[in-house]
Design a protein around this ligand. Structure first.
Ligand code: ZN
Length: 198
């Protein structure tokens, strides 16, 4: 594929996602437009050297099946079976309760395809950063701390596919813990994180 076709394909995926998420907001105080999140995931992957078009398209589309009315067959016809399959790999079954969905993500992360592992890492890099600096309004500190610890377990299964991205995830996690430590001083939870309060 020449460069122009790749740009076209990425913009088409971005536009598709923007259209599907158009009514949705993030849960932060500013009620950020939802599309900012998939754009940020694709951007962080690209910035860390991911140039596989299917992976980048899947990053842009990663929440369309889980969080919008999008059917897998639509992704199939618009972007092809490979993109659809990566998106499906990172899609939770919303019929299950949250605890079960979280448990399954830990259990399954090691079996994901390399592309899905990369999308997952990008997603978690963006989410740990948001949970520290721009969290959902209704998340108490404890839930934010738990979330960071949960991503660490999922990330363990995603090891071995993209060293630079893994390092960036580790750095983002460290930064997030530091931000929570700074925000909350030496309160309980923070000590559990092993963050010093010096
Ligand atoms: Zn996401």
């Amino acid at each position: 594929m020449n460069e122009n076709c790749a740009v076209d394909a990425l913009l088409t995926a971005a536009l598709f996602a923007a259209d599907r998420h158009s009514e949705q907001k993030r849960k932060d105080t500013a009620k950020t437009p939802y599309i900012n999140h998939p754009l940020a995931v694709a951007e962080v992957l690209s910035r860390h050297g991911v140039d596989d078009l299917i992976t980048l398209q899947a990053a842009l589309l990663h929440d369309t099946i889980e969080d919008t009315e999008t059917h897998p067959a639509e992704l199939d016809s618009a972007f092809g079976a490979e993109v659809r399959s990566v998106v499906l790999e990172v899609t939770d079954d919303k019929k299950l309760d949250r605890a079960e969905r979280k448990r399954l993500q830990i259990a399954k992360s090691a079996q994901l395809s390399d592309r899905a592992k990369i999308v997952k890492l990008g997603d978690m890099i963006c989410n740990v950063t948001d949970v520290a600096s721009n969290p959902p309004v209704d998340w108490p500190l404890e839930r934010r701390i738990e979330y960071l610890a949960w991503t660490e377990q999922v990330a363990r299964g995603c090891r071995g596919v993209h060293e630079r991205l893994e390092e960036h995830y580790e750095a983002a996690l460290g930064d997030a813990r530091e931000v929570l430590g700074r925000t909350y001083g030496s309160g309980q939870g923070v000590l559990d994180l092993g963050v010093s309060d010096e």
